[in-house]
Design a protein. Structure first.
Length: 258
């Protein structure tokens, strides 16, 4: 079980929602599932496990009702499962010089409970509960949650995800969260880039294109499996289709398979 406090967490993103409260506790619990194997008449209990684990998150605290925040994300308990990413050590890249900034990546999260305990003015005390499919992966922050304007790549804002060269050859996964998309673009596409030396970058894999409507619906987020080699340095590129003065606010995480 791991507990993080809001003062330590850089962000907590569920799909396009920013669900980190001004004051809250976040508790994730991982349980190894056991099956009974003893028979009638045996003196002692015995259990067997196939290695399956169950992960649950409970979040409790004070929240406002702003658009895109926890109250909007949880009120109707949508059946849509979304990726979730928590940055327990902050929203800055390379704060750990030899291995990058660690994050927790949850591939598929179901909103299973929301209890409003007290509401006063614009602040709500509530408890949110999440069911986690496919468990939790400890990844690295590839692009911190930030707003970008003109289309470009961020090779100058690269992130170290491993001290090894390359970081891994067995693939892994990447996760994207877009929390805002303005300036009337038709859509935006975010691409993960990587490098062996932190200087010369190539595209690794692109996420799907997302529209402003996707962001408003809270679903502009994607968990995508990666194959092959992932190099030790990563960055993100973004490109718009149409729009006047577009901006996008997003974060990207990477998991490197052992």
């Amino acid at each position: 079980m791991a507990k993080y406090s809001s003062k330590d967490v850089g962000f907590m993103l569920l799909g396009s929602y920013s669900v980190l409260a001004a004051v809250s506790s976040i508790e994730d619990t991982v349980t190894l599932k056991l099956n009974e194997t003893y028979a009638l008449g045996e003196d002692d209990e015995s259990f067997w496990s196939g290695g399956a684990k169950q992960t649950e998150i409970v979040q409790e605290g004070w929240y406002d009702d702003a658009v895109g925040n926890l109250h909007q994300a949880m009120t109707d308990l949508s059946t849509v499962a979304l990726p979730m990413t928590i940055a327990p050590f902050g929203n800055a890249i390379n704060v750990v010089p030899t291995s990058g900034t660690e994050i927790d990546i949850y591939q598929s999260v179901q909103r299973v409970g929301y209890t409003v305990q007290l509401a006063t003015s614009e602040v709500t005390k509530a408890q949110a509960r999440y069911g986690i499919w496919y468990g939790k992966k400890r990844g690295k922050l590839a692009a911190p949650l930030a707003t970008k304007s003109a289309a470009a790549n961020t090779d100058a804002d690269d992130a170290l995800v491993s001290a090894a060269q390359p970081a891994g050859t067995n693939g892994g996964a990447m996760v994207l969260h877009i929390t805002a998309l303005t300036g009337t673009p038709t859509n935006v596409t975010i691409t993960l880039r990587h490098s062996v030396d932190g200087t010369t970058y190539t595209d690794k894999t692109a996420f799907s294109a997302f529209t402003p409507a996707n962001v408003l619906a809270g679903v502009a987020s994607e968990y995508k499996v990666l194959s092959g080699q992932i190099n030790k340095w990563v960055s993100a590129a973004w490109a718009y289709t149409g729009g006047t003065g577009p901006t996008v606010t997003f974060a990207v995480g990477v998991y490197v398979a052992p």
